[in-house]
Design a protein around this ligand. Structure first.
Ligand code: NAP
Ligand code: MG
Length: 512
């Protein structure tokens, strides 16, 4: 095993120095990568490097998989075969430790991602703690069924863990995605090799310190920090990984599925983002209320949200008033230091992503859309951080790229429609199907829309309300499988059917 690495001191965006582990977390130790390579960690609000963590390759993934396999193997102290209630108790202990350190963890998350500290504290980490507790509760409540359909045969099903699960998470909600992934996988008895995103390794590293402190058996959770096309690919490639769960972009999701097919047919679940329609009818409660939700729909986390309401469809009767209110809100965004209470929004997560978002703004303009609010590069004005103001496109041509591609930033289009049928057709005119929303005070209309929209979530008179207690995932090319609630448990379970002779069923060949 490579040598143990000491934690390093990182100066956070609030000026506080914090010790954070920098090694690969394997077998409950933070160890150097086999190659000894390091990767830089940036604060996106300044564009400056704040430290380094170790960088994994395939060799480190292999060590982590071996540790996870050993922790899974049958023995009454190992994770896969431990008393189920004990798993729940450890998940609760982890949640308690995270809660006791919520301020520091939120400051780490705000520094590493660029999201506002107050959001990291009250939304992201409140969600992490609640999610872990929710799945702690499930640990001893997973039961099978009996099937008394054949005389003389007692048949029953039981659910068993899949085994070693690879999990690959993105940079937009690093801690929240960590909890969405490890919560259900651990509650169901799997062991884990999880990879954080290149630009956001810190909160997962710090949480692994608490995994060790809580007393999880070594090898139950292993964290890899490294690049996608090397370390991430090595997880998808590995012949001893039984399942891979991925959240990120469509092209990488496809690659993972292809790799699973070419290797050991590991189970695959994918959460791949969207181009979600937010539909506002003339009979919505008010133009102002709809505009406030639409604003949250596209500006939450600077638009770096897979469910972002990036296609607003508004009925003609309310369109002018809605657009006026909405534009006013989009112009009110106050970009700034994520630790400054007066900031309403922070920077984008990385320089690469900044260029990508700016590129889409340019594409929309070239395609001839109007821009009542147009994304402005604020990097110079705001000290080098990856800040960009919001963009609203109107009069967008139907075949525009800007209507079909996920921008993953503060960029939204507004289209108008006349009839309900027109709204349904336009809402469903996408290869994605993650989320959607309908604003109307007509309940019958809402019910019709809820049936007609092809998406994993339909919000009514609310937006971006994802909750650990409600299934979440995509139709069409937005993914495969569901996270959250009881649905996520089944991403991590195999069903075993046991068929037992009660003693008098004879072989069909017995009398031959
Ligand atoms: P991405 O490349 O799909 O990254 C997501 C995760 O996959 C990261 O941990 C990444 O590692 C890893 N990864 C990358 N290539 C891999 C490979 N060949 N095999 C295995 N794992 C791999 O996404 P991105 O480049 O960060 O963002 C691009 C676009 O993806 C965004 O603009 C957005 O449209 C979409 N996205 C969607 C979500 C979502 O919630 N559905 C989240 C993030 C991004 P590294 O970080 O080390 O590359
Ligand atoms: Mg970072």
């Amino acid at each position: 095993m490579p040598k143990i690495l000491e934690s390093a001191t990182f100066t956070l965006g609030n000026g506080k120095p914090v010790k954070i582990p920098i090694g690969q977390f394997i077998n409950n130790e933070f160890v150097d990568s086999v190659s000894g390579k390091r990767m830089d960690v940036y604060n996106p609000a300044t564009g400056k490097v704040i430290g380094q963590v170790s960088e994994a390759d395939a060799a480190d993934v292999d060590l982590a998989v071996k540790a996870a396999r050993a922790a899974y193997e049958k023995d009454n102290r190992s994770w896969g075969f431990m008393q189920h209630g004990r798993r729940g108790a450890l998940l609760n202990k982890l949640a308690d430790l995270i809660e006791a350190n919520q301020e520091e963890l939120a400051a780490i998350e705000a520094t590493d991602t660029g999201k506002l500290y107050k959001d990291a504290y009250s939304k992201d980490f409140a969600g992490v703690i609640a999610t872990l507790r929710y799945y702690a509760g499930w640990a001893d409540k997973i039961t099978g069924k009996t099937y008394n359909v054949i005389p003389g045969i007692h048949a029953y099903s039981k659910y068993e863990p899949i085994g070693v699960c690879g999990q690959i998470i993105p940079w937009n909600f690093p801690a929240a995605m960590f909890s969405w992934k490890i919560g259900p996988a651990l509650a169901t008895g799997n062991t884990i090799v999880i990879k954080s995103a290149e630009t956001t390794p810190l909160s997962a590293l710090k949480m692994c310190e608490y995994i060790k402190e809580a007393g999880f058996p070594p090898g139950t959770v292993n964290l890899i920090t490294g690049l996608g096309y090397t370390a991430g690919q090595a997880i998808a490639d590995h012949m001893d990984v039984d399942k891979v769960a991925f959240t990120g972009s469509g092209p990488v999701g496809r690659k993972i599925m292809e790799t699973a097919a070419k290797t050991n047919l590991k189970r695959v679940t994918l959460e791949l983002g969207g181009k979600s329609p937010n539909i506002i009818f003339d009979d919505a409660k008010s133009a102002k209320d709809a505009a406030e939700w639409a604003f949250f729909g596209i500006q939450m986390n600077m638009g770096q949200v897979c469910t972002a309401g990036s296609r607003i469809l508004v009925q003609e009767g309310i369109a002018d008033e809605f657009t006026k209110e909405f534009v006013k809100l989009m112009e009110s965004v106050k970009l700034g230091d994520p630790f400054d209470d007066s900031s309403t929004h922070g920077p984008l997560n990385s320089s690469v992503h900044f260029d990508r978002v700016q590129g889409w703004v340019e594409t929309g303009r070239k395609e001839g859309a109007d821009t009542p609010v147009c994304g402005k590069d604020m990097r110079k004005e705001l000290g080098g951080g990856y800040f960009i103001t919001p963009t609203v496109f109107t009069n967008v041509k139907k075949d525009s790229q800007i209507l079909s591609n996920e921008v993953f930033g503060p960029v939204v289009s507004i289209q108008t429609f006349k009839t309900e049928a027109e709204a349904i057709a336009e809402a469903n005119r996408t290869t994605y199907g993650l989320a959607s929303a309908v604003f109307s005070s007509n309940n019958e209309r809402l019910l019709r829309m809820n049936e007609a929209i092809r998406a994993g979530t339909v919000w009514n008179n609310v937006y971006n309300f994802a909750h650990f207690g409600v299934p979440f995932g995509g139709y069409k090319q937005s993914g495969i499988g569901r996270e959250n609630a009881d649905a996520a448990l089944f991403n991590y379970l195999e069903t075993k059917s046991v068929v037992a002779n009660m003693g008098y069923v004879r072989s069909p060949y017995a009398s031959l």
